[in-house]
Write a protein that binds this ligand. Sequence first.
Ligand SMILES: [Zn+2]
Length: 190
Amino acid sequence: MDYDQGVRVLKYHMHAGIGTHMDAPSHFFKEGRNIADIPLEELACPLRIIDVSKAAHPEYFISVEDLKQHENIYGKIPKGALVCGHTGWASRWSDPKSYRNEMRFPGFSKEAARLLFERQVAGIGIDTLSPDGSDTQDFPVHKLFLGAGKYLIENLTNLDRAPPSGASVIAFPPKLKSGTEVTLRVVAII
Ligand SMILES: [Zn+2]
């Protein structure tokens, strides 16, 4: 229907893993939780932002040292937090070729992901296509987090507008049954 019939009705047909989106465990693991299975308690939580935007380059991996530096200033990353890597990559968004950069962009090192896992965070987010960065062979961060039933958020933006610590975040996806990925709005409450 359209306006000449009184109302415009739309139908969407799109990739689920596009723009700012969440990966559910079932993205990598058949028996893993789907988007609709992730409880709200894990999606409204403390926010920590690891700012490496001054140092990041296409082969950069956010390191254990970066996390320790953040913790030295802001305190231990709390259990249940969403931890986002701010690499500055989002500034390339309007230029897809530069954003994709032949799949070379910053991510988290597997050692850093392991430390966040030990901190029992709710999930990891990043302002690039993948928290595994340029490691497009083994996906250690995806496997660790999704394998443990946690979620990932990719292609975040405006991370420079939230403080490194002290904000909360709401990342509610539509309750997509059997969803392995889905687009969502991620909102920092400052
Ligand atoms: Zn992913």
